[in-house]
Design a protein around this ligand. Structure first.
Ligand code: SAM
Length: 628
């Protein structure tokens, strides 16, 4: 992520966080293999009930909008823990286990737990938990879902009563409490409400978890239950219907090809749904085909014609890179920062880079200031949206490095790929430190298996902060996004490209003429302070920059770099306090002296043809004041 979300903790503060995390890791190791022991089930359920009640009360106190999003000077902590793989076993191959079979700090591979929720759900920002009962009434345990707590806007644990946990992981949560921990959404299977907790075991196990009903049938079942005042059962049926609906991405499944008027109407609707789904995924070619079919069935359909006209504009954007940016800008409030636009990427290609891994290269000559590429965000979370939240992570894999991580964006990316499995492969192709399940998508029991730790690392190494977008935005709810194509662009402090944003449309322009075959590079971090930049690049992106500017700056003594930084700070202070328009001779002379002092710290020969960032502010001031 970009530097605007970097927070600096004092050495004491970060030391305290790291010690707490390391102590917890040690505690987990010490307890590894310890057998599950029974709880006082009543008091655990009471704990969950009162925590959930308190939450409801605080929401009520702040009106329907829920509790305020952030309190002063606090940031949510998200314990990444030690990454582990999601279950890739089929339900039918897993052997049922009991709560009393659980062992501490263990992944119970090859096993499955069937549980019923017996308490309300306690919903926190980065996790949710509830109390669950196993086979025996007095066997209960806490189950906590981390980060990926929602499905279609509903809390996962609230969606049902009977749950199957594939290959459960039993550990201590961040407060040192024993818990079954779920990180990967596909490890938790929500089963339809059923009065008979044993029913799933009696299903035809050769077919795994069966989806007996279509979404419409689930809706009807829900309606019947509602009519019979069986509210819990109704909710469970509706929830299951919604879940199946999201898995059935192919709207064309319902086509009848019948000539009968009513059926024809239904077919036209199916083409329309398929067309809009394809359009939303920027698959304009398929969308065009679907809307054309809809028009054949329903000649004169205004909706289909409007979409076909829009597709023509999108095709023009894709082939020529010609955008109506004014229109896109005007649409921002209506589109919530997501203007309707296509990607323009044909001037670039992705291939292996001498700098690192893969990179983006010019496929043709590109003139100075020309558009290199435009790309809509794969996922964006704006600071004013509820989804936006950052979490403080302490990564035990990386010497307990503390980072501010865009947890809300991580959630949004995971949800998007779970709902659109066809999009997983391009996300998995991005650079990340965690290999997870590899680069190929995987599906089990009809559900995409997504390794959230793998996505975590991909987001960490590829997402960008969008700069402050509104007054009430800071590092805790920073706007962030993930752009797939732009993610292949490697960093250079003296790159040949710069990025601009029109909502979530990223426009990359050439900052000088670029020849075909040249690698396109831009600066991930524009801080002029060499030491801070090095530190941020390493902490956020995991590399040491060795561009020409960094090599030259590294040759300056630390004392000289410090002096330059102090002078730049003086210049910034001067700029802040002194207006250039109509500035008097005294102010102008002071500015010139500041410029000279900074210039003296930049060896003319070594810094030849290199950007002199420390001078940018004061030179701009002098220019505006009408001096050279
Ligand atoms: C957004 S990705 C860039 C594309 C990446 N090279 C790939 O293979 O997909 C960012 C990652 O690329 C690598 N990287 C980017 N610029 C680099 C540079 N100048 N030197 C070394 N590694 C760099 C780092 O590992 C960084 O975390």
């Amino acid at each position: 992520m970009a530097a605007n979300t970097t927070i600096f903790l004092t050495p004491e503060e970060s030391g305290r966080v790291q010690t707490t995390v390391r102590d917890l890791m040690q505690k987990r190791r010490d307890q590894r293999g310890q057998k599950w022991t029974a709880y006082d089930s009543i008091s655990l359920i009471q704990e969950a009930t009162s925590a959930s009640l308190l939450q409801d009360l605080s929401c009520a106190a702040f009106g329907l909008g829920g509790a305020p999003k952030k309190s002063q000077d606090t940031i949510i902590a998200y314990g990444i823990g030690v990454p582990y793989l999601p279950s890739t076993s089929k339900l039918q191959d897993l052997v049922p286990m009991k709560l009393s079979d659980l062992c501490m700090e263990t992944h119970h591979r090859g096993r499955v737990l069937s549980l019923r929720r017996v308490s309300p759900v306690v919903e926190m920002k980065s996790s949710s938990w509830a109390v669950f009962q196993g086979d025996l009434q007095n066997e209960v345990e806490r189950l906590e879902v981390f980060l990926h707590t929602s499905q279609n806007g509903h809390n996962t644990l609230n969606l049902g009563f009977e749950f199957l946990v594939k290959e459960p992981y039993y550990t201590l949560n961040n407060h040192g409490q024993r818990t079954i921990r779920i990180d990967h959404p596909s490890d938790l299977i929500i089963s339809t409400y059923n009065d008979d907790p044993e029913s799933w075991r009696r299903r035809d196990r050769s077919e795994g978890l069966q989806r007996d009903y279509t979404p419409v049938e689930y809706k009807e079942l829900g309606n019947t239950a509602l009519h019979d005042k069986k509210y819990a059962m109704a909710l469970a049926h509706y929830a299951e219907g919604l879940r199946v609906l999201t898995i059935q991405t192919d709207a064309l499944e319902s086509l009848t090809h019948d000539e009968d008027g009513y059926q024809k109407d239904l077919d036209a609707k199916a083409y329309f749904r398929a067309g809009t789904a394809a359009y939303r995924l920027s698959n304009f070619r398929d969308a065009k085909g679907y809307f054309a079919e809809q028009l054949k069935l329903l000649p004169g359909s205004r909706l289909a014609s409007t979409y076909l006209e829009k597709i023509e504009v999108r095709e023009h954007e894709m082939s020529d890179g010609v955008y109506d940016m004014d229109k896109a800008l005007r649409s921002l409030s209506k589109t919530k920062g997501r203007p309707d636009a296509a990607d323009f990427v044909r001037r670039t290609k992705v291939k292996s880079s001498p700098v690192s891994g893969k990179g983006l290269f010019a496929a043709e000559d590109i003139e100075h200031n020309d558009i290199i590429m435009c790309e809509k965000a794969f996922c964006v979370v704006w600071g004013n949206e509820n989804e936006a939240f950052s979490a403080l992570t302490c990564d035990v894999r990386d010497n307990a490095a503390i980072r501010v991580f865009p947890a809300g964006l991580h959630q949004a990316v995971v949800q998007k790929v779970m709902k659109n499995p066809s999009q997983i492969e391009k996300v998995l192709d991005l650079f990340g430190d965690n290999e997870g399940l590899g680069k190929r998508p995987c599906e089990r029991d009809g559900i995409p298996v997504v390794d959230t730790f793998q996505i975590h690392d991909i987001v960490q190494r590829n997402a960008f902060g969008l700069g402050q977008q509104s007054e009430d935005e800071d590092y805790r709810n920073a706007s962030t996004g993930l752009w797939i194509r732009a993610s292949y662009i490697n960093h250079s402090c003296i790159g040949n490209a710069k990025k601009e944003l029109v909502g979530d449309l990223m426009v990359i322009r050439a900052t000088r003429k670029i020849l075909a075959g040249e690698e396109i590079m831009h600066s991930y971090d524009k801080t002029s302070d060499y030491d801070a930049r090095m530190k941020a690049l390493y902490l956020t992106w995991g590399f040491h920059c060795s561009c020409r500017l960094c090599i030259v700056e590294a040759q300056d003594s630390p004392a000289l770099r410090k002096k330059r930084l102090m002078l730049e700070n003086d210049a910034d202070l001067f700029i802040e306090r002194t207006k250039p328009a109509g500035a008097g001779i005294i102010a102008v002379n002071r500015a010139k002296r500041l410029r000279r002092s900074i210039e003296e710290t930049l060896n003319e020969k070594r810094y030849k043809n290199l950007p002199r960032r420390a001078l940018v502010g004061i030179e701009q001031w002098l220019q505006t004041a009408g001096c050279r």
